[in-house]
Design a protein around this ligand. Sequence first.
Ligand code: HEC
Ligand code: HEC
Ligand code: HEC
Length: 306
Amino acid sequence: MTLISLCPMGSAGGPCYRGSVRHMLKRTHPLYRAFLLAMLALVVGALAACATSGDPPSDYVVVGWNDLGMHCINPSFSQMAILPPANTLWVQVLHRGDPPQIVTSGVVVEYSLVNNTTVAGKTDFWDYVGQLFGVELEPGVGLTGNGLSGKMKLVGDHFEATAIPALPYDDDMTWNPYQTAIVNLKTDKGVLLATTQVTIPVSDELNCAKCHAAGMDGTVNIADTGSVEGNILAVHDYYHGPAGVSDQGISLLDNRPVLCSQCHQDNALGKAGNPADKSLSQAMHGWHASFPDAQCYDCHPGAQTQ
Ligand code: HEC
Ligand code: HEC
Ligand code: HEC
């Protein structure tokens, strides 16, 4: 005989029925009995639907991830660039079985950003990419040739799309630093085998304004240039260019737009820099460490996205 228990969740000692279904129905008023039967029918129906609805699980499992945490990009590239739009997506394809197997052939892996199909009006990166990186790219094409959607490349035992030029704006210009990529696994004849979604985190909050906007601590030795980026280049010129305490080095203000990793080695970009100069990480952290109010989230990449 089926024993049931009708107790509100967590109702220790509260009103509650324990017994068989038949016993419970016998003891209740006919109207309430009809109600109970209807409820039972609903529950059984729902359970049956759970068991039968939906597709059978795919023979394939697709696991994807962005290779970094929040990727930061400059809000504008007209004066200086620390990091360009460049998110890297990795995908591992597995075939279910005992043992499961890593799949690298006979399949195609495609990605596309959701509600983010164009870069138009979202950044000035493509106006300056030639001067900054020495390559001319069509708008929407990233530094390694990938766009906002495309085919992923097989690299060893997994698939990669490097330097996807993701921007934190949906097509309707809603600011959305948690972009989503749909990843589709297909046979080489185009039949869909499995699909997954991956978060593509990208923020353009990095602007250093807390200290480099006009009148703030970072501007005590310079004349305001009218922009945060200009002020940063001016204070670099003051300490390490021709304009202040040093008479060595080149003027960054006179050479806009400036790519910091042209001189300072940069792991995130894989740029060797000038071996005589500090890495960008060492220069930035070492220098700003003497200012106790410099917080990680002032620059990485900002107050909201953190
Ligand atoms: C908490 C405050 C603070 C924040 C945030 C901050 N800075 Fe600074 N920074 C300073 C101060 C203060 C100076 C020195 C100003 C002076 O002595 O004239 C400085 C100097 C600099 C210099 C000149 C260093 C040199 O020796 O040439 C650069 C370059 C610089 N900052 C870049 C940045 C960038 C890029 C960001 C954002 C990613 C940033 N800073 C964020 C406070 C800050
Ligand atoms: C033309 C080469 C060049 C470029 C481009 C350049 N720097 Fe520098 N920077 C130097 C040199 C040289 C120094 C002196 C210390 C060293 O050798 O690294 C320096 C020092 C610094 C320092 C102070 C480090 C310290 O400990 O005194 C910071 C911070 C800094 N740079 C940030 C930046 C940022 C941010 C950018 C991009 C906006 C940038 N630099 C672009 C050459 C450059
Ligand atoms: C004044 C701005 C600033 C502050 C404050 C700051 N960072 Fe950074 N950080 C940078 C820049 C710029 C880079 C280099 C980005 C790149 O490689 O292009 C960097 C790089 C890094 C890296 C990568 C290092 C590497 O070698 O690739 C780590 C990790 C990091 N920061 C952690 C922190 C932590 C933790 C804090 C707080 C304790 C912090 N940062 C505070 C600006 C800052």
